[in-house]
Design a protein around this ligand. Structure first.
Ligand code: AMP
Ligand code: DBH
Length: 543
């Protein structure tokens, strides 16, 4: 086992095997088995290219041979920074087959993140596209290499310039030479969101991840007729596994790769490929809902519209059924493990107002107060969790692990959650997504929900800004639908809705779009920085 990866104590591992969660399967075998079973069925559609399960399996074997030949070994870490292209699957499954570990960087990561991943994991290789969305990744590789001369192979999908061409690595395969990969080996390193500081690396095993795919595919009722649209960058855990692209391949379905998440790119694909399930984050959901009412693409194949990654307001959730004419599924999850889904046949009220319930009966949940004591049922507290697909510690992070996990192995999510009487979770915010206005705490989400109810507001994000007297005050960033209302009108609107005075945003800023994290969540970190800089500039100008 790779060193630096805390794992499940034997008694838990035994239980998860005995209960049938971990079935002793590896990703390499999973793809082979699907190729045998589904052979000529299409696995992946990218542009006009349709790749069958059999082709994907064969190309994976050839690439695995090429990786071995160039010296990539079992347990080597390989930074994979690929957009939604077919090679993503070939690279990942080839690495899985030889027991090397993809580290899932996002296409939006740049020098600071990539250099850190390369250095921290002592990466043997870094795999990139030539260009994507107008950005040249070879330039990025050069910058990283100038900082880290010891960086191993740089492999490029497309025109490699001075680097190694991925296409040259597909060679005659000799699967007999594959290292022995075990189901309880670490399969890859996923990234934590890192809303503050650097991302932590999350070691996931074949056993635990494949279990999460199986249950996710089951809950979303995927089968070989399912067509999953990958609109978000699929290296992220949500589109990767909930049920995502891997859950779709697990079920023998078809994955359609979108080059970008906008309705211009995705709606025609939904119509053409008869997509049945799509996954988005809340800011994108608002854009899709807006577009659905004004465009005339045929979206009638869509059965399930997943929204997750951040809290989806009930206001917007209510509109899904009429505008998209399909079932909304709320997905609350984390790359560390736990994923919670509303079920497709849940009553409307549950689908709109909750973030679902944990996917596995073996998921253990505790809701605790600041002192670590369990709260009364129905009260809000921090969610702690433990289970058959939730990690017991980050990769090489002993000190951090001591804080992020309880001594008995529960992961401290940092999310404020309450559980209703049927076991459904309602996410009330991040422990930190709060404005501390001189001691009066304002939950950003509560104010955002009220703002979203205003007809001229498309989206809202409330953040703190530094303040000499109160420590912090609140600032509401607003994306207006058409003409922005006056700030005073919005503030009055909130007062009229009965919101306490201290919760009324002290400042309102209008903008066309919010800064985003790599997967498209609103980056509150960037918004906080922007308003702090603006305030300090205007203070200087006054002096
Ligand atoms: P990441 O670190 O990118 O894996 O993000 C995981 C975090 O995203 C969770 O701990 C939550 O804070 C947040 N999150 C994910 N899904 C939801 C959701 N449906 N509602 C609210 N927060 C969510
Ligand atoms: O935000 C997430 O990380 C996330 C959301 C939904 C996730 O990792 C997941 C489902 O698996």
């Amino acid at each position: 086992m790779l060193t630096g990866c805390p794992t499940w104590p034997e008694e838990f591992a035994e239980k998860y095997r005995k209960e049938g969660c971990w079935r002793g399967e590896t990703f390499g075998e999973m793809l082979r088995e699907r190729a045998v079973r589904h052979g000529s069925r299409t696995a992946v559609i990218c542009g006009d290219a349709h790749v069958s399960y059999k082709e994907l399996d064969m190309r994976t074997d050839r690439l695995a041979a090429g990786f071995l030949k160039m010296g990539i070994k079992k347990e080597d870490r390989v930074i994979v920074q690929l957009p939604n292209i077919t090679e993503f699957f070939e690279v990942c499954f080839a690495l899985f087959r030889i027991g090397a570990l993809p580290v899932f960087a996002l296409p939006s990561h740049r020098q600071s993140e990539i250099a850190y991943f390369c250095e921290f994991t002592e990466a043997a290789a870094y795999i990139i596209p030539d260009t994507h969305s107008g950005f040249d990744y070879r330039r990025l590789a050069r910058q990283v290499r100038s900082k880290l001369p010891a960086l191993g192979h740089v492999i490029v999908a497309g025109d490699p310039e001075e680097f190694q061409a991925l296409s040259d690595l597909y060679i005659d395969a000799d699967p007999g030479r594959h290292p022995n990969v075990k189901p309880d080996d670490i399969a890859f390193l996923q990234l934590s969101g890192g809303s503050t500081g650097l991302s932590k690396l999350i070691p996931r095993t074949h056993d635990d991840y494949i279990y999460s795919l199986r249950v996710s595919a089951d809950i979303c009722r995927l089968d070989h007729d399912s067509v999953y649209l990958a609109a978000l960058p699929m290296a992220h855990n949500y589109p990767l596994s909930s049920p995502g692209v891997l859950g779709t391949l697990y079920a023998g379905g078809r994955v359609v790769l979108a080059q970008g998440p906008s309705p211009d790119e995705t709606f025609p694909l939904i119509e053409k490929e008869k997509v049945t399930i799509a996954a988005v984050v809340p800011p994108l959901a608002l854009i899709w809902l807006e577009a659905a009412s004004s465009r005339c693409d045929d979206l009638s194949s869509l059965q399930v519209f997943q929204v997750g990654g951040a809290k989806f307001s009930a206001e917007a959730a209510r509109r899904v059924k009429t505008l998209l004419n399909c079932t909304l599924q709320q997905v609350y999850g984390m790359a560390e493990g736990l994923v919670s889904y509303t079920r497709l046949d849940d009553p409307e009220d549950i689908i709109i107002n909750t973030q679902g319930r944990p996917m596995s009966p073996l998921d253990e949940i505790r809701i605790v107060d600041k002192s670590g004591r369990e709260v009364e049922p129905g009260q809000t507290g921090e969610l702690l969790t433990r289970g058959p697909y939730t990690i017991r510690g980050y990769y090489k992070a002993e000190e951090h692990n001591a804080k992020a996990f309880t001594p008995d192995g529960f992961y401290r999510t940092g999310d404020l959650v309450k559980v209703n009487s049927s076991g459904y979770l309602i996410v009330e915010g991040r422990a930190k997504d709060q404005i501390n206005r001189g001691g009066e705490k304002v939950a950003a989400e509560e104010v955002e929900n009220h703002l979203l109810a205003h007809p001229a507001v498309h989206d809202a994000a409330v953040v703190s800004m530094p303040d000499e007297f109160l420590g912090e005050r609140s600032c509401a960033y607003i994306i207006p639908r058409d003409n922005p209302p006056a700030a005073a009108e919005l503030q009055q609107f909130l007062r009229d809705r009965g919101l306490a005075a201290y919760k009324i945003p002290d400042r309102v800023e209008f903008t066309d779009s919010f800064p985003q994290t790599g997967v498209g969540k609103v980056s509150k970190k960037a918004l906080r920085k922007a308003i702090a800089e603006k305030m300090s500039a205007s203070l200087k100008a006054k002096q």
